[in-house]
Design a protein around this ligand. Sequence first.
Ligand code: GLN
Length: 730
Amino acid sequence: MSIRGRAARRAVLAVGALSRRLGLGSGSTVGGRVGILIDPGLLGHLSAGRLVALVSGTNGKTTTTRLLAEALGGPSAVATSTAGANMPAGLVSALAASPPGAPSVLEVDEGYLAQVADAVAARVVVLLNLSRDQLDRVGEVRMVASRWRALLARTAATVVANCDDPLVTWAAEPAADVVWVAAGGRWSDDARQCPACGGRVAFDHARPTPSFRASGGHEGASGDWSCTCGLRRPEPAAAVEDGRLVVDGRALPLTLALPGRFNQGNAAMAAVAAGALGIELDRALAAMSGVVEVAGRYSEALDGEVRARLLLAKNPAGWSELIELLSAGSGPVVLGINAREADGRDPSWLWDVPFERLTHRLAVASGDRRLDLAVRLRHAGVTHLVVADQVAALHAPGAPQLDYVGNYTAFQELRRLLARRASAGGGPGSAAGRGGLAGDGGPGPRHLAEQAAPPPAPARRAGARRGSRQADLSIVVVHPDLLGTYGDSGNGRVLANRAAWRGIAVELVLAPSDEPLPASGDLYCLGGGEDGPQSRSATLLADSPLPEAVGRGAVVLAVCAGFQIIGSAFPGPGETPQPGLGLVDAETVRGPGRRAVGEALVRPGPEAESLGVTEMLTGFENHAGVTRLGPGVAPLGQVVRGVGNDPGGDRRSPAAARVDGCVAGHVVGTYLHGPVLARNPALADALLALATGAALRPLADEEEAALRDERLIGVAPPRRTGRRRALRVG
Ligand code: GLN
C-alpha cells in the first residue's frame, strides 16, 4: 500500500479509537470518513489481495453476513462489518481493523453496492431481496434494481441471487456467472410490476395480493413466477424446501438456532456463497448452526423480572416474515417504532404491516412514533397500551415473558438502555415496575390506559364473492398493487372502520389491477405510486368504470400519484406527458427542483371548510411532480409547511401561491400521504358524509387527537410566535 494509504489506515484506527474513548459510539463511521478523506481510494487499497464477499439486499443483510462470516471461520478470522455500518466509511473501518489479507465478508447498503463492488473486486456478491425501505431517502425500489443491473452486467464476481425475487432476478440476469438460489420470500408486493416490461408479474402460488396486507394475508410460500415478456424465475441450482437445502441432488438439513423460515433462506444464501468460495456445504451449515443471535437480534434480555425476546423489523417485507412468528406466539408484544434518519422519516409503511394478525396479543406501542402506531393498532383491532419509554414499555403489561420488536434505531436504543441498566444493577427489584418508570417525563395516564380497539371492518378482494349482507356503503381501494407505495390502502381501511364503528353496513373492496374495477363503489381511494406503476394504473383506469362512477356522483380521494392521475396529464414513461383521467382540470409536470419530501401542513381552504374540514391537515409528501390547477379548481388548502402542488416548482415560491391538492365537487386530491386519513379524521368524515349524504356522529378520537397534537406542534415552523396555538385550534 502507498504511504498515503498506510497513513489513511492509521487515521481510521486512531479516530475510531478516540471516538470510542470519548463514548461517541463505535467510531466505525467517523474513522472511515477521515480515512477516505485522506485516501479516496482507501476501500480498494484495503481490500486488495483479499477474498471479498459482498452481501446486499433490503432485508437479512446483517444476518446473512454473520452466517457467511461464521462459515469462513468466524468473525475473528475474517474482516467483517459491524452491524449496520454498511456504507463505504463503515466498510473501510472493518477492513482497517482486520489483519491484512484476511478474507472479508461485507454487508453493503443497497444504494452503495455498485460503488463498493467496483472498488473492491469482489469474488462473490450475494443478493437477497429488494423491497421498499426508507422511502424518503432511498428512492424507488426499481431505480435501485436498475443500478444493480448495470453493475452486475460488468462484474467478474460470482453472483449468488435469490431467484424467488423478480427484482433481484432482473438485476442479476446480465451477470456472466450467476448461481440462482430459491431462498424464498413472502413479500411480492413490490415486484408485482415487471421490472423488464412494466407488465404484471404472475406468481403461480395463489399468493395474496397487497390488498390483503391489511387483512393479514401472506399465507403463500415461495414459488414460480413469470411475466408475458419472457422474464421468469430461473431454474434454481439450490432451493430451500421444508427446512432443507436441496442442492446437487442432496437435501441438507438447515438446522439453525435462529428462528423463522426467512433465516433458513438467509442460511441457504450464505451456504451457497461459502460453496462458491470453496467451503464444503456441510461444514458451512454446521458452522452456521451455532449462531444464536446476530447483533442482538433474536437474543433474550432479562430486565428485572421481565424476559424479552428481541426482534428487529424495519419495513413491510421484514414484518411480513416476522408476523408469522409473532402470530404463533402469545403474551404481550412490545413494539418500538422510531422515524429517525436511519429509519426513514416517514412511518406510513406501518399501514402495510398486517397487525390484524396480532389481535390475540396485547400490544404496547412505544418509541418516538408510538402515536402513529397506536392509531394503526386501533384500526387493526389490537388492544394496546401506549408507553413512551421503551424500557417502561417492557414492564407495562406486568408479564414475565414477552416479545419485543423494534425498527432500526428503536432496537439499537433499547439495547443500549438495557445494557446501561444491567451494568448499573438495574436487575430484579429495580424501579421499572408496572407504570412506575418516569421515562421521558412520565407516561401520562392516557398513555397507560389500555385502549380496547373496536373490531376492524372486513375487507374483500374485488372478484371475491360478496358476503350475504348487502352493504349500504362500498369503499373501493383502487389498484393497491400499483398505487400503494405509502401504505395508501390504509385510507380505505380508515374510511371503512369509521363507517363500521358508526353502525353503517360498509364493505371495503381491494381492487388489484388484474381484476375488473368495481363499477358500483360509493367512494374510491387512489394512492401514491412509483412512476412506472402510476403510468400503468392510469392506462388501465382510462378504460375502467371509474370515470363513469364519478359522473354519477361517486366520491374520490386521490393521493399523490393518484392526484396526478385524476388530472389532465402527468409525466409518463420517458418523461413524455401521459393523459390522465381528466376528472379535474389539473396538469402535472416534472418539477425543476429536488423531489419534495417531508412533513407537510395544509390549512384547509374555503372549499374544504364547506365540506366540514376546518382543522389543519397534517401529512407527509414525497413527489417529483408539480401540479398546476385550472382556473376554476379550488385547492384543498394553503401550504403552511412543505411544498404541495407548488406551482412555482420551488419551495421558495410566494407563500400565497403554495397550495396543496384540489377540491372539485366530490373529488378530493392531495399530496399528503401518510395515510392522510389516519392523521386527519375530519377529512375522512367529510368524505364519508359526502358518500352517505348523512350527518355522522362523532367518534372518540383520543388517539388521533394525540397524534395530531404531536404532528402539528412537532413540525410547525418553530420561529413564528403564536403559531403553535393557532395550529392547535386549526
Ligand atoms: N411518481 C409521482 C411523482 O414523483 C408520484 C409519486 C408519489 O406518488 N409519491 O411525482
